[in-house]
Ligand binder design. Structure first.
Ligand code: SF4
Length: 474
């Protein structure tokens, strides 16, 4: 019987079926960081348990690290305590910690792939919602809570409900100025922020097949924002080419043997799906969120929806979002003045993302009223960008060039919005208070659109950037 990748990976990692209908699933790789682990390690300690597979567990520090001054001890005592706890826990358990001195530190969903830890056919777990990122490699990757982190540390297993599979086929050629971020924002807008509940999203079609691994990671990263438990792309030559030679990937003959197995884990032609959705990439346009969840978005040349434009069930949240954002139904999103521009996060802080933003910024200046920052996703991304001179491009334009970390995606560190500031952000969540200020406002968009907004001082259409009269801010 032809099978999906989800079903093959699930079956290969099943320890047993539980009486409650869940599956006890073995976890091939457990990625841990400083925020969701201190209590989990304490719970283990209180029961006298040990970490079951330290060699299948890798740690880094990302959420709380300051991105401007990373000297220890951190000024923020709580952040220093969290990192110290992680260091102690990793030391005691024999877990490898990729810390600030390692040269390999970074956002957990950036370093896993770039080090070759993330591989096709794996099960992966991490105490962070955006673990779905790793599905770009044909892994089945779950974001988990603190008590599940404890379970995985203790047993290397998770108890999980079965999932349905929705295949999302995207075909056609993306227009210039339209990116992977726009694809996933479109998917979430169409299917809804709860549309994926109970599903794994399998992304397919010639557009997805033509994307780089960085772009596939952007799409899988935001699967969770569409309600899906996991998202994945079937592994192919692009996947294998990315992994070859990476530090934790198989080497030599073992790599070729791994490729044979990885290929076999892809969904079979003729596999059946619980749902199939087809989208036309050629019709997509640069997308910007205007509301308080990632499904509340419009094309940059559209106007904000009016209550009459949406189903009655969505009217209350539309009104709430418009009120919170201080926007009016029917207004254009283009021209919205911004205060902050943020290029960063596990969605969009890889080298290719910085390159796209730099293309827009090169030779231009950030608008005088805008605070702009670029936060590479990892120390490796930062070093590679500096080798290309991207840091100079950003600094000369007036951006801050920072150390690696989650930064303003979540603001569990000094990078945060103040008051009612509006932030053009390449990150993945625009919930109330997400970027540190309870009243701060987030507009999600692609890094190129963030860069264009930084320069113009307002939301602009990146497709028009060369035609716009930018001389006044150059
Ligand atoms: S960048 Fe944001 S979404 Fe990604 S791991 Fe950090 S806080 Fe979570």
């Amino acid at each position: 019987m032809p099978s999906t990748l989800l079903s093959k990976v699930w079956d290969a990692h099943t320890v047993r079926r539980l009486p409650n209908g869940q599956t006890q699933l073995f976890v091939g790789l457990h990625l841990v960081h400083e925020v969701t682990t201190p209590q989990a390690f304490d719970m283990l300690r209180a029961r006298g348990w040990r970490v079951r597979y330290p060699s299948r567990t890798i740690a880094t520090v990302d959420h709380i690290v300051p991105t401007r001054d990373q000297r220890r001890p951190f000024v923020d005592v709580m952040a220093e305590d969290m990192l110290s706890a992680l260091e102690r826990n990793c030391r005691e358990a024999g877990i490898q910690l990729l810390d600030l001195n390692s040269g390999s530190q970074g956002i957990v969903h950036v370093i896993g792939p770039e080090l070759g830890l993330t591989q096709p056919g794996m099960t992966i777990a991490c105490g962070d919602s955006h673990t779905s990122t790793h599905g770009a490699f044909g892994a089945v990757a779950f974001g988990i809570g603190t008590s599940q982190v404890r379970d995985v540390l203790a047993s290397q297993c998770l108890a999980l409900d079965p999932l349905k599979v929705r295949r999302i086929e995207v075909n056609g050629r993306l227009a210039p100025g339209v990116y992977a971020k726009d694809i996933i924002l479109e998917i979430i807008r169409r299917l809804g922020v709860n549309g994926g509940v109970g599903f794994a999203y399998e992304y397919a079609g010639d557009t997805i097949g033509g994307l780089s691994m960085d772009e596939r990671m952007t799409i899988c990263n935001m699967s969770i924002e569409g309600g899906a438990r996991v998202g994945y792309v079937n592994p192919d030559q692009t996947t294998f080419d990315y992994l070859r030679g990476r530090r934790f990937a198989p080497q030599g003959d073992a790599f070729d043997a791994a490729v044979t197995w990885w290929r076999s884990m892809a969904s079979d032609p003729g596999a059946s799906y619980d749902d199939v959705v087809k989208l036309d990439a050629a019709a997509m346009r640069p997308t910007v969120t205007w509301g308080i969840n990632p499904g509340q978005s419009v094309y940059v040349d559209e106007r904000l929806p009016r209550p009459a434009d949406v189903e009655s069930a969505a009217r209350e949240s539309l009104t709430e979002a418009l009120e919170f954002m201080g926007f009016h139904a029917g207004d254009p999103i283009k021209g919205t003045r911004i205060d902050v521009a943020f290029v960063g996060s596990c969605t969009k802080a890889r080298l290719s993302d910085l390159r796209e933003a730099a293309k827009i910024v090169r030779g231009r200046r950030v608008a005088p009223h805008v605070k702009a920052l670029v936060v590479p996703g990892s120390q490796a991304v930062r070093a590679a960008a500096e080798r290309e001179g991207l840091d100079r491009v950003f600094i000369e334009a007036g951006f801050d060039w920072r150390g690696a970390g989650c930064s303003m995606c979540l603001a569990m560190n000094p990078d945060r919005l103040e008051g009612r500031q509006v932030c053009a952000s390449s990150s993945n969540r625009n919930f109330k208070g997400r970027q540190g200020s309870p009243t701060g406002r987030t507009l999600l968009m692609s890094p190129a659109m963030v860069a264009a907004a930084a320069v113009a001082g307002e939301v602009v259409d990146v497709r028009e950037i060369s035609e716009r009269e930018l001389a006044g801010v150059r």
